[in-house]
Design a protein. Structure first.
Length: 282
């Protein structure tokens, strides 16, 4: 089973890609969803109780559910408290993710996508055999952030602050084996970036995802691909060795790309576009 990391930035269109993959019957583990699940009062992980012990009852709503705003006011301004928060929640999320990966392997999944905006920042890329990045320009991100919620949404200043608080997408390019380009320029008009929301499906993005899925299906349908998957599934040591080898190869590719600092963003995107890679596989 190949673990594929899917990442992007705010308003880049990552959630749209995740939905397109799921509609193509590709299993997706969304870490944002897991983050909401583990803090529910009834969740078996006991994460909410640990947060209450660390930060007090004031982080609870009258219903007993987590008051995220209250927790944020307490934890985010204080680096020490923020580290405590991250340790509690990230541990629970990673355990849940690991269990879901094992579950998908046991049920015979050939490829599973782990969807998280912090794939690079949290170091989860180290455990992926392939990494996908949803790309667009900072100006596209900004315009989409401002337009998606209408007049009652973010102000220009708020949007710029949120964008600056994240790692730039260009810094994530060396990690990406596949780049899904969701730039407004692909829509054939410079105006599209202001009218196409981050969660809207552009034909260009849809085409790239479809090409990627078809290339995966072709790889899996070959005799070698089928025999390899079957051996990895029914003989666990073989599966473990194959997984370690895939991760090693992924790290080697990333190291080589990080050394090639003279390559422009545009060239990197073109070289690793989903459409180009799909044609190469054919």
């Amino acid at each position: 089973m190949i673990v594929v990391g899917l990442t992007g930035g705010i308003a880049s269109g990552k959630s749209t890609v995740s939905r397109l993959l799921q509609s193509s019957q590709i299993p997706v583990i969304d870490l944002d969803v897991l983050a909401r699940e583990v803090v529910r009062p009834e969740d078996a992980s006991g994460t909410l109780s640990k947060l209450v012990n660390a930060f007090g009852d004031s982080i609870l709503q009258p219903s007993g559910e987590l008051d995220r705003a209250a927790l944020g006011r307490i934890a985010f301004p204080d680096e020490k408290k923020r580290k405590i928060l991250n340790k509690i929640t990230h541990t629970a999320i990673r355990k849940r993710m690991a269990w879901l990966l094992v579950k998908h392997w046991l049920t015979g999944s050939k490829r599973v996508v782990v969807d998280t905006p912090l794939l690079i920042e949290a170091g989860l890329w180290k455990f992926c055999g392939q990494i996908m990045l949803v790309w667009c320009s900072p100006s596209d991100q900004l315009s989409r952030m401002l337009s998606r919620d209408g007049p009652s949404g973010l102000t220009q200043s708020d949007a710029e602050s949120r964008l600056k608080a994240q790692h730039a997408l260009s810094s994530k390019l060396p990690y990406a084996d596949v780049v899904l380009d969701n730039s407004s320029a692909l829509q054939g008009s410079e105006q599209t970036g202001s009218t196409l929301g981050a969660d809207d499906v552009s034909p260009a993005l849809q085409e790239q995802v479809q090409a990627l899925v078809k290339s995966w299906q072709k790889q899996q349908s070959t005799l070698f691909g089928s025999v390899s998957w079957l051996a990895c599934w029914i003989i666990p040591p073989v599966g473990i060795l194959a997984g370690v080898w895939a991760i090693f190869r992924s790290r080697a590719r990333i190291a080589a790309r990080r050394r090639a600092a003279d390559i422009s963003d545009d060239e990197a995107i073109q070289r690793r576009s989903a459409i180009r890679l799909a044609k190469k596989d054919n």
